[in-house]
Design a protein around this ligand. Structure first.
Ligand code: F6P
Length: 361
């Protein structure tokens, strides 16, 4: 008898169901005597022993569905180590559930925070296999995370739609794109959607350069400017601030502006005669059906995870590098962020076709 625990943790994204289906189908195709324990709402389910038994039927018809059939939640990594208000030592509780159910391994689908906890559980002796999910694409060790391409499609579609209204008006449009502290989604959607200015956390911007770029377009007879701004974008001054001061400033700004696009809009409006408009697609970027690329990627990763489980290879994240599926030790993944390299070819090429990153004229 093979006993597998499975959970999805952190913010959801497209193709979580497709990935779980890949794991389950891969296992069921080789072994019949299997029990899958689906933990509800992420690590919470493991902590509080809240699970449902899953059969092969549970994994049918979910390749194309969004969200996660198990539910998910965010569990701050820091809280995992210490008893919270409920007095429960969460790590001990998770270990207890794992051993009580006599699990052979735990399959965890998640992003950065999730991987820190998965690695902690590995250190505590549990057999863990993880799959890289997040629209942010910021997991170290894999070229691509599932969810990313689907989010890029949605953000691109937003910019496309803004383009048609932008051509009718002489305005500056700001589209705020998700991505937490990194700019992968913004960069790709910005290029794909033909944004004129792309602002990323990895390339701190100069407001004067942004305004001059808008003016340059207006002087050249271009009626509009579209700016794709990452939700984590920062200015050059902010990037040079001591961390503590920056944190204080960001706290202040959180009270004043709903998000970065509003602050940017106000600053541009103060220096620019064109009207400024804001679009924040927000969680739509994580919603809906996964795009074909993500369906393929998550199926491949899921099947590879199944193979690893059958071979009893634990303590790894399944990853994709140069289109090859591989395994990366969890201890190497945990706590590292994969950011956009400002010197990467893609930035140079984007600049060559006229995209401004707000850093230089
Ligand atoms: O990590 C995925 C993500 O969508 C980020 O891009 C975004 O910053 C964050 O999650 C939003 O989190 P929440 O869904 O908790 O508001």
């Amino acid at each position: 008898m093979l006993r597998i625990g499975m959970l999805t943790s952190g913010g959801d994204c497209q193709a979580l169901n497709a990935a779980m289906r890949g794991v389950a189908k891969g296992i069921f195709s080789k072994v019949k005597d299997v029990e899958i324990y689906g933990f509800k709402d992420g690590y919470k389910g493991l902590i509080y022993s809240d699970f449902k038994m899953m059969t092969d039927r549970d994994f049918s018809g979910i390749l194309t569905t969004g969200g996660t059939i198990l539910g998910t939640s965010r569990q701050p990594f820091k809280l995992m180590r210490e008893p919270g208000e409920d007095g429960i030592d969460k790590v001990e509780a998770m270990k207890h559930t794992y051993h009580k159910l006599n699990l052979d391994c735990l399959v965890v689908l998640g992003g950065n925070g999730t991987h820190k906890t998965a690695n902690l559980l590995r250190e505590e002796g549990l057999n863990v296999v993880t799959l890289p999910k997040t629209i942010d694409n910021d997991l170290w060790g894999t070229d691509m995370t599932f969810g990313f391409q689907s989010a890029v499609d949605i953000a691109t579609d937003t910019i496309d739609k803004i383009h048609t209204t932008a051509t009718s008006h002489s305005r500056v449009f700001i589209v705020e794109v998700m991505g937490h502290k990194v700019g992968w989604v913004t960069l790709h959607a910005g290029i794909a959607g033909g944004a004129d200015i792309v602002l990323l956390p990895e390339i701190p911007y100069d407001l004067d350069v942004v305004v001059k770029s808008i003016q340059k377009r207006a002087d050249a007879g271009k009626r509009f400017t579209i700016i794709a701004v990452a939700e984590g974008a920062i200015t050059k001054e902010e990037a040079e601030m001591p961390k503590k001061k920056l944190k204080e400033l960001q706290e202040k700004k959180k009270k004043k502006y709903p998000s970065v696009a509003y602050e940017l809009a106000e600053k541009i409006q103060n220096k620019c005669s064109q009207e400024v408009r804001i679009t924040v697609p927000g969680h739509t970027q994580r919603g809906g059906s996964p795009c074909p690329y993500d369906r393929v990627l998550s199926t491949r990763l899921g099947a590879a995870a199944a193979e690893m489980i059958l071979k009893k290879e634990f303590g790894y994240m399944v990853a994709i590098r140069e289109d090859k599926i591989c395994k990366v030790p969890l201890k190497e993944v945990a706590g590292k962020l994969k950011t956009v390299d400002p010197k990467a070819g893609i930035i140079k090429e984007a600049k060559m076709v006229g995209i401004s990153f707000g850093d230089e004229m």
